[in-house]
Design a protein around this ligand. Sequence first.
Ligand code: ZN
Length: 276
Amino acid sequence: MIDKLREANWGTIKTREQDAISKKHLPKIKSFFRMQRDVYLKQFDSLKDLFPESSRATRTAYYFRLIEQEGRANLNDFNRAWAVTENETTATLQSVVLAVETDAMEQGGDIASKFFDADIGGTFNLDNPRAVNWFSQFGGSTDYIKGIQTTSKNQIKTIVTKALDEGWSYNKTATQIKEKFTDFTHPRAQLIATHESAQAYEAGNRIFVEGIADLGVIVIKMWMTSMDDKVTPECAANMADGWIALNESHTSGHQNPPRFPGCRCYEIFKEKGRNY
Ligand SMILES: [Zn+2]
């Protein structure tokens, strides 16, 4: 019973702290997408003359270019505009993501220490070699950042392809692009904030716990879900494993949550054989 209370307590504290971290960073991630929208639209602006417009002068100029086969905007123009945008925004995106992770890992390490008796020892800070290693592997990783950029690119590309096929005006296309950014900003920023804080928070927990395992403490762990009807069967199966050894994988093959972006699970730890 005391164990169960302690587990519920872990859940409340971890969920609350992770929420606070993702809430704190959400506006920064949103403003990143707004900044990126502006950078892209500025690039896109240079393609203005390649779109049919309603004003007679520009329309005439446009048809002249068509006759001369010099062109209309095409996907290569779009790709170039996006490449410049991606190049100009990648460093900012990386630093926004790193800021979430740094905060979350620090708090994750700190909170893990509170769930063991003080006499057990152990410390956590970001200079810990395991933390340094985690950041070099996952922290704002190139693949992850690239993935975010590619998702944006594909969303915009869908609009541009349609605009080219249907002969939209520059203004209509630019408006649609703006709307697309507005639509995806909140849900994507939310997902990035939640997932990155969960990952780094769990890593912080884990790094502290591995530190005390180094001191000879035998630590066991358990996967906890939110225990509602939104929990996936795979996460539920991990929880059904019960307490397992620190280095054992859960049924899904994961060492610890989150299992996927949007996974709300968390890991709890305790010294083997000790009840709270
Ligand atoms: Zn889960």
